[in-house]
Design a protein around this ligand. Structure first.
Ligand code: MIC
Ligand code: SF4
Length: 649
């Protein structure tokens, strides 16, 4: 840091400074910060808690930890229900609050009930930055990082650059927070945020409510940013007061003269309704350009757009109208609080009368848990990801839009610019929200009496092996840029119930990209040969699911060679003992082909020395020296055979 930036700090730097345990706040160097809160959800939580259990610590050491059930709520077999029971009993025993199924999506409920300006929250879900809407530093991580935090360890990360997104003026009618983040994505793309915290500032901030800010920080995850954060101001206080939590408020903003690594200016007044086109959140076009495209499904809700205001706006647009005959309209309210208040004020009745299909408060269609669209259908969603196949229908065309655009289009049966509907609905929010925490169970006061119940689908986590001195492997797969964790380890209603059973879920690794992958590599496994994946830029973008590292590891993958990695996935690879290699100075194009046998002659020694790592191509000759950029701590983890071994060893 330069001397004057030491006295003038950005908002993110202030929170980091207040939590700094080790390291210097210089972008690019490793720091460790104290963790105040953690959250997990059921699809990542079972693994995180099994990992914590393996550490042998009797009670969590965080200030507050909450276990939510929101992803695997479609109970088409015993698996999900068993997982819920495991999570409930585990939480009671180890000191964790448990948000019961039906209470809502983790990010929405956490924002309403627990988030605190100035605190550090880690969540085993990539959309944890939703909390940034309240002025907290909320970061998505893999489950092992949660297990480490629960055991009282600080969180290690590379100090990000702090990048300013300056908002100016005020949004025009019919244009919403979703359009703001779509604009950010259009400007910086799905890897534009890597290595950065996006900090919002400028006069436009005070025109946005906390839920609107949370829409923006939530979907900031799609830029690859470490997190996004808004100042905590009078509007934050107002939000917390409505939630009967005024005592959790504190004012927080950047110092005048704080220095940023860069700046993006967004004139809110100049924005118009936008849409992310298939199959990437940064493939942004204006709704006007897309208008007239026939639509088969419209989904409103998810952790991105589930506030009371969002859903009441949708209800007002649909009031007295009927959903177009060609459209299936699905509503998944983000929390029970929102659902209950809509039931009380009549908005829910308006939606039901319009023909909307009302789902429980959960992730639902966002992660392919039901409501997959019909073949080739255009599905308009207020969600945050439109990766190919994520909806559960391989050839569906998913567009990401605001609740305004979604509701208007559901009436018309085609993509429709809501501005053409005339005056926008006026939504009046109540002074007090329906606060009722009865579905949030506190931990047991007598933990020793609680039996943790593990159904038959909950199996032990496979343990890693220390990094060998040398290794033979083969190239198992070559893929392109922006491979998502949905590509590596698909979700959806059939595969998600296997999240607690690595042997079973590993059968689906790369299932959508390369359906023959697991079978083809079976023979290699019999020879105890290891696998290498070759990829392009931004490998592992998207979710925090550890399964996208652990399941490939289980099959024998030991290295991924990619031009660059997404942050959370890179950590997950290291935490499970997979080498994240980059070409560095080497030209690798066309040099490694699927099936090539490789030898890593001095693997362990080279990793101990910090790389480069030598690879010999035994099939076609030639030698490559690849870069392994690791902090000393990460090096130890890889040498030990993963974080769990390194923590317990
Ligand atoms: C997602 O939106 O992709 C998920 C499902 O919430 C994931 C977590 C998971 O895979 O369980 C995420 O965003 O981290
Ligand atoms: Fe759930 Fe979708 Fe949000 Fe992930 S992005 S937490 S699946 S609602």
């Amino acid at each position: 840091m330069t001397p004057d930036s030491k006295t003038s700090l950005t908002l993110a730097e202030k929170i980091i400074r207040d939590h700094l345990v080790s390291g210097e706040m210089n972008p690019g160097s490793e720091i460790a910060i104290r963790v105040d809160q953690t959250l997990t959800q059921d699809a990542t939580g079972t693994l995180a808690y099994l990992e914590f259990e393996a550490l042998g610590i009797p009670r969590v050491k965080t200030e507050l930890s909450v276990s939510y059930v929101d992803h695997n709520t479609l109970q088409t077999g015993f698996e999900n229900a068993d997982d819920h029971l495991f999570l409930q009993t585990f939480a009671a025993r180890y000191g964790i609050y448990f948000s019961r199924p039906g209470n809502g999506i983790c990010h929405q409920v956490h924002l309403e009930r627990f988030g605190k300006p100035g605190a550090v929250l880690l969540g085993s879900d990539s959309h944890t930055p939703t909390g940034g809407g309240l002025g907290m530093l909320a970061i998505g991580v893999g489950g092992l990082e949660i297990a480490a935090a629960l055991s009282g360890r600080p969180f290690n990360l590379v100090m990000p650059e702090i990048f300013l997104v300056r908002l100016e003026n005020r949004l025009p009618p019919w244009v919403s927070a979703k359009d703001v983040i779509l604009k950010v994505l259009a400007e910086i793309g799905v890897k534009g945020g890597v290595g950065k915290i996006l900090e919002y500032g400028g006069a436009g901030v005070e025109t946005l409510t906390v839920p609107e800010r949370a829409t923006i920080t939530n979907m900031g995850a799609e830029t690859g940013a470490t997190t996004s954060v808004f100042p905590s101001d009078e509007l934050t206080k107002d939000f917390l007061s409505r939630q009967e939590r005024a005592g959790d408020w504190r004012e927080l903003s950047a110092d005048p003269g704080a220095r940023y690594s860069g700046e993006l200016v967004i004139d809110l007044a100049a924005l118009e309704p936008l849409a992310a086109c298939p199959h990437s959140p940064d493939a942004v076009r204006t709704v006007k350009e897309l208008a007239g495209t026939p639509v088969g499904q419209v989904c409103i809700g998810s952790c991105t757009n589930s506030s009371l205001a969002d859903l009441m706006t949708a209800a007002a647009i649909l009031k007295g109208k009927t959903v177009h005959p060609g459209v299936s309209l699905v509503i998944s309210p983000g929390s029970r609080q929102v659902m209950e208040m809509m039931a009380a004020n009549g908005a829910l009745a308006d939606l039901i009368a319009s023909g909307a299909r009302i789902l429980e408060s959960a992730c639902g269609p966002c992660i392919g848990m039901g409501q997959s669209p019909s073949s080739g259908a255009v599905s308009l969603r207020t969600y945050n990801r439109n990766f190919r196949g994520r909806s559960g229908t391989a050839d569906a065309e998913v567009y990401l839009v605001s609740p305004q655009t979604a509701a208007a289009s559901s009436r018309k049966g085609e993509i429709f610019d809501p501005r053409e509907l005339g005056d926008p609905p006026k939504i009046k929010l109540p002074i007090r929200f329906a606060v009722d925490d009865s579905l949030i169970l506190p931990p047991s006061p007598e933990p020793e009496t609680v039996e943790v119940i593990k159904g038959p689908n909950i199996t032990a986590i496979p343990t890693g092996e220390p990094l060998p001195g040398e290794m033979t492997a083969a190239v198992w797969l070559e893929v392109g840029n922006n491979i998502t964790t949905d590509d590596i380890m698909p979700a959806g209603s059939k595969i998600l119930p296997l999240r607690s059973n690595i042997a079973r879920i590993s059968r689906y690794v790369f299932a959508a990209l390369d359906p023959g992958f697991v079978e083809r590599t079976e023979y290699e496994r019999r020879l105890a040969r290891r696998g290498v994946i070759v990829a392009g830029e931004n490998y592992g973008q998207g979710s925090s699911r550890e399964h996208a590292a652990l399941a490939p590891y289980y099959l024998g993958v030991r290295a991924v060679i990619a031009r660059s990695f997404a942050r959370i996935h890179r950590s997950n690879l290291i935490n499970f003992g997979i080498l994240p290699l980059t070409p560095g100075e080497e030209e690798i194009s066309g040099k490694l082909r699927v099936g090539d046998e490789l030898c890593f002659p001095s693997l362990r020694r080279e990793v101990e020395e910090g790389g480069p790592v030598t690879i010999r191509d035994m099939t076609r000759g030639g030698e490559l020296r690849l870069t392994l950029e690791l902090s000393p701590r990460e090096r130890e983890i890889l040498l030990a055979g993963g974080l769990l071994r390194s923590l317990s060893g």
